[in-house]
Design a protein around this ligand. Structure first.
Ligand code: AMP
Ligand code: ZN
Length: 143
């Protein structure tokens, strides 16, 4: 499944150039064109899915396996001290390209960046009862 209007589908199809660092039948990884750090890499399923929820579990596991290996390769390649590995899942979370992609963003001691805790807005003040209810609801909705 491919979407002609999607920039990442165009990269997967070879219609738009990329600095590809990994490719197999299911997944592909390439350097981010507008990197937040040297080595900033994107990992995508080759098929077009807009959000993580839409990705079949076997494909998600495959993409995560690639992400796991690339996280190591990227950090070694640029001699990073760590990395933030994240998906912006949906426009509300800042996703701009509507084709699922995981970011590997190398981090360096003293680089002035922030932890993933900085991505959300104001912290909610949740009671123990509210936390219990959220946990129970998530538990009942898994699968
Ligand atoms: P997101 O906000 O999670 O949707 O991130 C989209 C990312 O895709 C951004 O970091 C962009 O710099 C990157 N990007 C957009 N177009 C291209 C492209 N043609 N090749 C590589 N990366 C791209
Ligand atoms: Zn696409």
């Amino acid at each position: 499944m491919s979407n002609d209007d999607c920039i990442f589908c165009q990269i997967v199809n070879g219609d738009v150039p990329s600095r590809t660092v990994f490719e197999d039948d299911t997944a592909m990884a390439f350097l981010d064109a507008n990197p937040l750090a040297p080595g900033h890499t994107l990992v995508v399923p080759k098929r077009h899915y807009e959000t993580l929820e839409a990705v079949p579990e076997d494909t998600a596991a495959h993409v995560f396996g690639a992400l796991h290996r690339l996280n190591t390769a990227v950090q070694h390649a640029v001699d990073a001290d760590g990395a933030n590995v994240a998906f912006n899942d949906g426009p509300a979370a800042g996703q701009e390209v509507p084709h699922v992609h995981g970011h590997v963003i190398p981090r360096f001691e003293g680089d002035g960046g922030n932890p993933v805790h900085a991505v959300a807005g104001e912290r909610p003040n949740l009671s123990d009862d509210e936390l219990d209810e959220i946990a129970e609801t998530i538990h009942s909705q898994r699968d």
